[in-house]
Ligand binder design. Structure first.
Ligand code: SF4
Length: 387
């Protein structure tokens, strides 16, 4: 294939396809370049991710195989800066969809999708072990006649040893608040977000149809997710399959329980904290307040805002399928984030996403001379409960 840098080979059909896949968004871009300047890859690489250039190729319907396409973490920082509010992550996912069709995919991602196919999770873990994290917790299987909510654990918090602690802490909080809830154990289906974020929309649609069917059979209406990625996909991409669902992220649910005086923290914590806004909860779903309300309800803590918070929150680097790809040392956004956390004066960095938790903790461990501890908000909140 000829290189696009040599000359442009336009493909009208491809252009029409991209127009359709992006819901027309690709046509709105006027090539200002704000997106390239905003992209966090510019912080860790000499050559920034060329967002504007990829937008141009998409506009022209130029076939290309730029490996930079797979760098995008779909964090939405570019979209938040774009004067025309172009849904740039959607354009990237559409370009990736075409790359899948042409079998021009980043090494490692087919294995992730095959694992979802065979194991029902992207972590290459056995489906029979999905509920092992809860073996000692005596959790009831969801029953719509009895339970207020379904606790949707998700693949990462089911299998990753570090993230499992978040799910266990959340169970403790729900019990302390007197919430009647159940889970689906080994029968819990994957939400499909990993397939969607790496651009394999047809496979995502298959998963979503199956997951929605399982939830319908189980009589699920209100479900609380551990991960903002599951929350985002249920909220924004399941409408054709489950229009009457009420997905809610656990930070939103905890804030609700606090407001209803059902969840009360009775143990003061002597901690100096800062908070990492997970992109899929914050910028992509506009939820900045609920996690901060939970933090404000914990007695004894001193809270600092980090540089680059709220809509400017710096991505941890784990979205858009990057959790399943290697990011070389020196190019991890989370390294920058833990330095910002230390500079804020905090001794604890709190987040509310299993991807953020894993990425930030890895970086904190490697930061020379740092005593910064990384916690999920559920873990922190559970510490504020008396035994
Ligand atoms: Fe196009 Fe928006 Fe990027 Fe400007 S910021 S180049 S309008 S996508």
């Amino acid at each position: 294939m000829k290189k696009v840098d040599e000359y442009l080979e336009l493909d009208e059909k491809l252009w029409e396809r991209l127009l359709e896949l992006t819901g027309g968004d690709v046509a709105v871009c006027y090539q200002c370049g704000e997106c390239t300047a905003a992209c966090p890859w510019g912080l860790v690489r000499e050559k920034a991710l060329p967002v504007r250039r990829l937008m141009r190729y998409a506009q022209l319907g130029v076939e290309h195989t730029d490996p930079d396409l797979w760098l995008c973490t779909t964090c939405g920082q570019c979209q938040a800066t774009c004067p025309r509010a172009v849904d740039i992550p959607r354009v990237f996912k559409s370009l990736r969809q075409i790359a899948w069709e042409k079998h021009q995919v980043e090494k490692g991602l087919p294995t992730t999708l095959w694992s979802m196919y065979w194991n029902g999770n992207p972590w290459s873990q056995p489906p029979s072990q999905r509920a092992s994290w809860a073996a000692k917790l005596d959790l009831p299987v969801f029953d719509p006649a009895v339970h207020e909510i379904l606790l949707y654990v998700g693949c990462t918090s089911s299998y990753d040893r570090r993230a499992q602690k978040t799910a266990a802490a959340l169970v403790r909080l729900l019990r302390a608040a007197g919430v009647s809830f159940g889970y689906l154990g080994n029968e819990e289906p994957c939400c499909g977000e990993a397939a969607l974020s790496v651009g394999h929309k047809p496979y995502f649609e298959e998963i979503a149809e199956n997951t929605a069917r399982v939830f319908k059979e189980q009589g699920v209406k209100r479900l609380v997710t551990v991960s903002p990625h599951c929350y985002d996909v249920f909220k924004n991409h399941y409408a054709p399959y489950a229009p009457d669902w009420q997905p809610i992220h656990y930070t939103q649910y905890l804030a609700e329980l606090i407001e209803q005086h059902r969840l009360i923290f009775d143990q003061a914590l002597d901690m100096h904290l800062t908070y990492q806004d997970p992109c899929y909860l914050a910028r992509l779903n506009n939820e900045y307040d609920a996690p901060r309300q939970v933090l404000a309800a914990i007695p004894g803590v001193v809270f600092y805002e980090m540089k680059d918070s709220h809509i400017d929150g710096l991505c941890c680097g784990g979205g858009g399928g990057r959790m399943w790809l290697e990011t070389p040392s020196g190019e991890r956004f989370s390294d920058i984030r833990v330095k910002q956390a230390v500079e804020s004066g905090a001794d604890h960095l709190v987040t509310a996403c299993p991807f953020c938790l894993v990425c930030l903790e890895d970086s904190a461990r490697l930061l020379p001379g740092s005593a910064l501890r990384v916690l999920d908000l559920a873990e922190l909140a559970a510490l504020a409960l008396k035994e």
